[in-house]
Design a protein around this ligand. Structure first.
Ligand SMILES: Cc1cc2nc3c(=O)[nH]c(=O)nc-3n(C[C@H](O)[C@H](O)[C@H](O)COP(=O)(O)OP(=O)(O)OC[C@H]3O[C@@H](n4cnc5c(N)ncnc54)[C@H](O)[C@@H]3O)c2cc1C
Length: 345
């Protein structure tokens, strides 16, 4: 039996950045993934500190954003690739509520780093937002996978829960571990030790568009969003469906997204849809992440529940989670908040 510190199950953005963090700290890790498409690869990777109709700041954004920027910069330097693309955002103010809130935020010093000005146009005005951009998650995960393979710490297989043994020590296959950390995204709802947590999964779909008209170098946000990739291609997303929790692209979502683009007033000539992807966001009841130990089996931990904000949250959470594993500091957004109300035994 070979001895390791941690077994990480899942190489989405959560498992990847946690593995990276633990490797940097000198631990012996095995990361396992079934190699299938996942939410992280499908995601647009948007980071937008000020969201929703209320144009409100994401919780803890002052801490999360600098951490995320440092992490993606460090990875860029290491792999000599750009992963995070910073681009300003134009938030269309197409109703009175949005316009009123935009004025409020501009007058509020707490928002000065994120909102810049309201720009009048022939149609609706828009709010210029800054410190926005997107993570090229598929590229990042592919670089990290290759790195894990080269370090001999990657295994591609579906982990069967029955193959995890407790005695005489915690082991899987021919390896023993101090702890197993489940980073399974939406698959956690089938995990026998963590499925009691109140996930509220949300399916999302994204289109890749081809068009003739080049767009300005900004992210458009009109409730849905459009991210120019180059002069002729953009990504348009994303739908929210809490009912049909599968990864099948639908005509309904495609039509709704194209309709929403049409109403935004953005003109794209010779538009065609060249790709459509669907996956499932690991959202949670209270919109907070799920991290921490199983209440009865502390050798098992979870790092999940990053919902629609994985790119912003996961870097800082990976650091805090690693601190908790090593120094026994509190887990960030610990699942202990649900031990009394949701744990069934
Ligand atoms: C359409 C869409 C758009 C999105 N847009 C954004 C966005 O703009 N910005 C943003 O920040 N977030 C966005 N998200 C959310 C983002 O994808 C998630 O927050 C984040 O990627 C979740 O990462 P994860 O690692 O927890 O899960 P996942 O990426 O799903 O990874 C889990 C991995 O674990 C593997 N796995 C599970 N069980 C096992 C097992 N038993 N054995 C082996 N492997 C296993 C899975 O196959 C998968 O590879 C979007 C999501 C979707 C679906």
């Amino acid at each position: 039996m070979t001895k390791y510190d941690y077994l990480i199950i899942g190489q989405g953005l959560a498992g990847s950045l946690l593995t990276w963090e633990l490797l940097q700290r000198g631990f012996k890790i095995i990361v396992v993934d079934n190699g299938l498409e996942n939410a992280s690869k499908v995601a647009a990777g948007l980071i937008n500190p000020v969201t929703g109709m209320r144009l409100v700041k994401s919780a803890e954004v002052e801490h999360l954003l600098p951490s995320a920027m440092r992490c993606y910069e460090q990875l860029s330097q290491f792999f000599k690739q750009d992963f995070y693309i910073e681009k300003p955002m134009q938030r269309l103010l197409n109703n009175e509520l949005l316009l009123t809130n935009a004025h409020k935020r501009l007058a509020d010093p707490a928002y000065k780093d994120y909102v810049k000005a309201i720009i009048a146009t022939d149609a609706y005005p828009y709010l210029e937002q800054q410190q926005t951009g997107f993570l090229q998650t598929r590229l990042l995960l592919s670089c990290l996978k290759q790195y894990f393979i080269e370090r001999g710490c990657y295994r591609q297989t579906d982990v069967n829960y029955q193959d995890i043994q407790w005695l005489p020590s915690l082991n899987w296959q021919d390896m023993t571990f101090k702890k197993i950390v489940f980073c399974e995204g939406h698959h956690a709802t089938h995990n026998p030790w963590f499925s009691w947590l109140p996930f509220q999964l949300v399916k999302g779909e994204i289109l890749t568009l081809q068009h003739q008209s080049p767009l300005p170098d900004v992210i458009y946000n009109f409730g849905d969003w459009l991210i120019p990739l180059d002069n002729e291609r953009s990504r348009l997303g994303a739908s929210f469906d809490r009912v049909h929790l599968n990864t099948v692209p639908t005509q309904l979502a495609k039509n709704a997204l194209l309709q929403s683009l049409k109403h935004s007033g953005i003109k794209l000539s010779e538009l065609s849809v060249i790709d459509q992807l669907a996956n499932i966001r690991p959202c949670t009841l209270d919109k907070q992440a799920f991290t921490g130990e199983h209440p009865k089996l502390p050798q098992l931990a979870i790092f999940n529940g990053f919902g629609a904000k994985g790119s912003l949250q996961i870097p800082k959470f990976s650091q805090l989670f690693a601190d908790a594993l090593i120094n026994h500091s509190p887990y960030p957004s610990s699942i202990a908040r649900y031990y009394a109300t949701h744990f069934p035994y």
